[in-house]
Design a protein around this ligand. Structure first.
Ligand code: PLP
Length: 371
């Protein structure tokens, strides 16, 4: 067999303003080009402690069990769902976006039964509906999506949801993939039992090592399960031996991704988490003002600064706009999903991409294509 002829890697220079990944900060790229050490090297063990400490700050939690899960956001998501769902458990899952559906699939695979809390795509859950569903179904776990990337909806009133769930003895799992590091999130103060995230959104690191934090109550459920978790790789009671005191081998950590995450989290700590939330709101606010000045509106009832769903005028083909922005301006944005397919553009304003220069370029380019 002849060896294939493949040229040197030269990816195009893109401005990443879609639903993720966002642009990676140069300091994070530099961290990724530093030499590997072993995943059990004492130097790496120290670095693991630092990453855990920085993650706790970013999640605003004191949870001991706070780790990056090897894999993309879905790996952290599945570890939360699969470990906290025992066969026969009832899990409440939102019905107002794409990632609620993914949560539901994961619950079913873990042997749980799914009950949905309804809200239209583009609207947040109403805490009264969550309370009514808790009354009717007496769930073991209540899941919600803090920042729904498919619709650009921010779930507000999180403490109202967690209080209701706890009153019914349920644990609360939050999808914080598009909020961590970009939108106000207070895991401890808001009473969230498990929050999972990803690195390629508001943290602006490449995908591959995904944040997860569990409260003591959640850890207790994981460690006192009757049946072992069906996935060996994502069994958090086994992973705890690697990320906990013992540092015992479980699998080979993605060293370079952990370096990247460490640097990305150092940037969060340097900026200050609250200042970072404020920057996302300010820069995305300029984006919102810019598109509104063009006569376009946002399609979401609960604005999510990190993901803006821009409603397209009737008769405008979203794929033409998306293709033009990429081909003529090198700017990546995405179209709508599910109920919003064809009607909106999804424009991210996340992490290192949440900069005034990016917003200016995007608004100008949108004006160009829609003129
Ligand atoms: N949850 C939400 C809200 C997301 O936006 C995503 C990805 O976009 C995921 C989960 C899954 O993450 P990943 O694609 O990194 O596996």
């Amino acid at each position: 067999m002849e060896p294939p002829e493949v040229g040197e890697l030269t990816p195009p220079d893109r401005m990443l303003m879609g639903p993720g990944p966002s642009e990676v900060h140069p300091r994070v790229r530099r961290a990724m080009s530093t030499p590997l050490v072993g995943h059990l090297d004492p130097a790496f063990v120290d670095l693991m402690d630092e990453v855990q400490e920085l993650l706790r700050y970013t999640f605003q939690t004191d949870n001991e069990f706070t780790i990056p899960v090897s894999g993309t956001g879905s790996a952290a998501m599945e570890s939360a769902i699969a470990n906290l769902t025992e066969p026969g458990d009832t899990v409440l899952v939102p019905d107002n976006g794409y990632f609620g559906d993914r949560m539901a699939s994961m619950v079913r695979r873990a042997g749980g039964s799914v009950e949905r809390v309804d809200a239209p795509w583009g609207a947040p859950l109403d805490p009264d509906d969550v309370a009514a569903a808790c009354e009717t179904h007496d769930p073991d776990v209540v899941g919600f999506v803090h920042a729904e990337t498919s619709t650009g909806v921010l779930q507000h009133d999180v403490p109202a949801l967690t209080e209701t769930a706890h009153d019914h003895g349920a644990l609360v799992v939050a999808d914080t993939v598009t909020s961590l590091g970009g939108v106000e999130l207070r895991v401890d103060e808001w009473g969230i039992d498990a929050a999972y995230s990803a690195t390629q959104k508001c943290l602006s690191a490449p995908p591959g090592a995904s944040p997860l934090t569990l409260s003591e109550r959640a850890v207790e459920k994981v460690t006192s399960r009757d049946a072992p978790v069906r996935s060996w790789y994502l069994d958090l009671s086994l992973l705890a031996d690697y990320w906990g005191e013992e540092r015992a081998y479980h699998h080979t950590a993605p060293i370079t991704n952990v370096y990247a995450l460490r640097e990305a989290l150092r940037l969060v700590a340097e900026e200050g988490i609250e200042a970072r939330w404020e920057r996302h709101e300010r820069v995305a606010g300029a984006l919102r003002d810019g598109v509104e000045a063009m006569g376009l509106g946002l399609a979401s009832e609960s604005w999510l600064p990190s993901l803006n769903t821009v409603a397209l005028p009737d008769g405008v083909d979203d794929t033409v706009v998306i293709d033009h922005l990429l081909a003529e301006h090198g700017i990546e944005v995405a179209g709508g999903l599910g109920d919003l397919a064809g009607d909106v553009l999804r424009v991210g304003c996340m992490g290192h991409s949440a900069r005034p220069a990016n917003v200016l370029a995007l608004v100008a380019a949108l004006g160009d294509v829609l003129a």
